[in-house]
Write a protein that binds this ligand. Sequence first.
Ligand code: UFG
Length: 345
Amino acid sequence: MSILVTGGTGYIGSHTVIELLEYGKDVIIVDDLCNSKIGVLNAIEQITQKRAKFYEINYLEKEELRKIFEENNIEMVINLAGFKAVGESVEKPLMYYRNNVVGAITLLEVMQEFGVKKFIFSSSATVYGNPDKFPITEEFEIGHTTNPYGTSKLMVENILKDLYSSDNSWDICILRYFNPVGAHESGLIGENPNGIPNNLMPYIVKVASGELEVLNVYGNDYNTKDGTGVRDYIHVVDLAKAHIKAMEKLEKEKSGLYSYNLGTGIGYTVLDIIKNFEKVNDVKINYRITERRPGDIAICYTSPDKAFRELGWKAEKGITEMCRDSWSYIMKRKNIKKLLNERGY
Ligand code: UFG
């Protein structure tokens, strides 16, 4: 029996595939490589000494998906395929809804056809909108999303709820990620967005490496300890491990619909992250305070209690590992590039 992972060569996908392979699972990756590179497969193999089966397709291609379900004995699907840039989603809502919502529906339809009803969905803290109480727990109402990306996650969550009500033999786990950062400690896989990054950690890394000149800190007049925004950063390897716990839960349960917040429960400000990054990696981050970024909320952190109680999962890596591993991934890539250049490749 295999686990199918859509988006398995992406940032969270690749780390999750590693955990699955190390756990001893057979893994099938479906990814169209629109936001990842084929080389990730070799890196995964180098780390785990195992190879996932790979299909380069877009998960919206129903016929192709059907073939995969025909060719393989799939027990569970982890859906990590999705566009995730908030700003881009505002400019291209149809593209986001098609990919994130129609994609999920297509996948669920094919699963239903083949009687595969165990599903893990990657959602986001963004489905809670702008709460006024902290920490955020799973009891909080979801809704009031502020951009098409967030709304696409909310829509799929609602679809899953309706699907489960219509047929409660489905066994579904919704994972709401807070702010994933860091990289595998091998330095072989990590996050390396093309162009100018939207998110804080990839931006800091590019400033530290000299690729970008200065980090804009979006606002220092929020009601937080130093005025800058507070987030719950979580190491991507911890996040990947939560998928294993969710998988175990679904393997144990016959059916159900569960949702879990995945974070550390600790909120760090932007300045906390900068200072920690500088200290851990002995580098300087050139930054300046600018206007608030439209759409940003002041504070966002979770209580990880439910995930601990019900999945037995809690984050183990702290801010030091998050800063260290984000940096060593990029340094390793830079060194490899330099070596190749020197050798005339
Ligand atoms: N920030 C800066 N400068 C930057 C980038 C970010 O000061 O160049 C600040 C933001 O204002 C915010 C914090 O750093 O206070 C974190 O910002 P990110 O862009 O890294 O992350 P967000 O919390 O805004 O967004 C993340 C995910 C989204 C998701 C959202 C809510 O990237 O996909 O959390 O769950 F929707």
